[in-house]
Ligand binder design. Structure first.
Ligand code: PLP
Length: 203
C-alpha cells in the first residue's frame, strides 16, 4: 500500500465558507432508500418541505426549490426578474458580490457598483442617494448580499428597503441570503424583499 492510499483516521474537516458540517442525525436521516418521485409518499414529503421552508425565509409566499449551485440560483433570479439592458444597483461588499456583478454583465444587464472598503455591509444612505439621481427610474433592481461570505460583512436589509422607499424608487430588492439563511435572522416578508436567493448546506 502506498503512503497516499493509507487510511486517514478521524473525520475530514473542510474549512472553507461552505458547505458546512452536517449534524450526524441529518446525515443518518438521508441514509434511506430512494422513494418513487411520482408516488404519494414523495408528494406528501414535497408538500411538507415546501410548506416548512417558508418558515426559514419567514414568508407566506411560495418558495421554489431550484436544483443548482448558488451561482445557478443567482442566474435564475437575475434572468427571471430582469431583462438585458436593465440597469441594476449592486454593492461591492466582497468577492461574492463581485462575482454576482460579473454575472450580471455577462447576462447583458448594466450593473452600477457601489464600492466599499470590504469591511462594512451595504450602506442604505449610499443606495438612497444613488436611486434619487435616477429620476427616470431606469434602475430595475437593487442587488445585495445579506452576508458576504468572503468578508463576513452583513448588510442591513430592512434599512435598505426603507432607503429604496425613501427615494420613492420602484426598483426590486433582490437579496442573496446564501450564507445567512437559517444562521442569521432573515425576514423576507417583513423586510420587504422581492427576491431572496438562498442555498442549502451553507453557513
Ligand atoms: C454568499 C454567497 N453567494 C453565492 C455563492 C455561490 O454559491 P456556489 O459556490 O454554490 O455557486 C456563495 C458560495 O460560497 C456564497 O457564499
Amino acid at each position: 500500500m502506498t503512503k497516499n492510499a493509507s487510511r486517514m483516521a478521524g473525520r475530514h474537516f473542510l474549512q472553507i465558507p461552505g458547505p458546512t458540517q452536517i449534524p450526524d442525525r441529518i446525515l443518518r436521516a438521508m441514509d434511506t432508500p430512494i422513494i418513487d418521485h411520482r408516488g404519494p409518499e414523495f408528494s406528501s414529503l414535497a408538500k411538507r418541505a415546501l410548506e416548512g421552508i417558508k418558515t426559514i425565509f419567514k414568508t407566506t409566499n411560495p418558495v421554489i426549490i431550484y436544483t443548482a449551485t448558488g451561482t445557478g440560483a443567482w442566474e435564475a433570479a437575475l434572468v427571471n426578474a430582469l431583462s438585458p439592458g436593465d440597469r441594476v444597483l449592486m454593492v461591492e461588499t466582497g468577492q461574492f458580490a463581485t462575482l454576482w456583478k460579473n454575472m450580471a454583465v455577462k447576462l447583458g444587464l448594466k450593473p452600477e457598483f457601489i464600492t466599499t472598503d470590504w469591511r462594512t455591509g451595504a450602506d442604505p444612505a449610499a443606495i438612497e442617494e444613488h436611486l434619487r439621481k435616477d429620476k427616470a427610474h431606469e434602475i430595475k433592481a437593487v442587488c445585495v448580499l445579506h452576508n458576504e461570505t468572503a468578508t463576513g460583512c452583513l448588510s442591513p436589509i430592512a434599512p435598505i428597503r426603507k432607503a429604496i422607499d425613501a427615494a420613492g424608487h420602484p426598483a426590486l430588492l433582490m437579496v442573496d441570503t446564501i450564507s445567512s439563511l437559517a444562521s442569521t435572522d432573515y425576514r423576507h416578508d417583513e423586510w420587504g424583499v422581492d427576491v431572496s436567493v438562498g442555498g442549502a448546506r451553507r453557513a
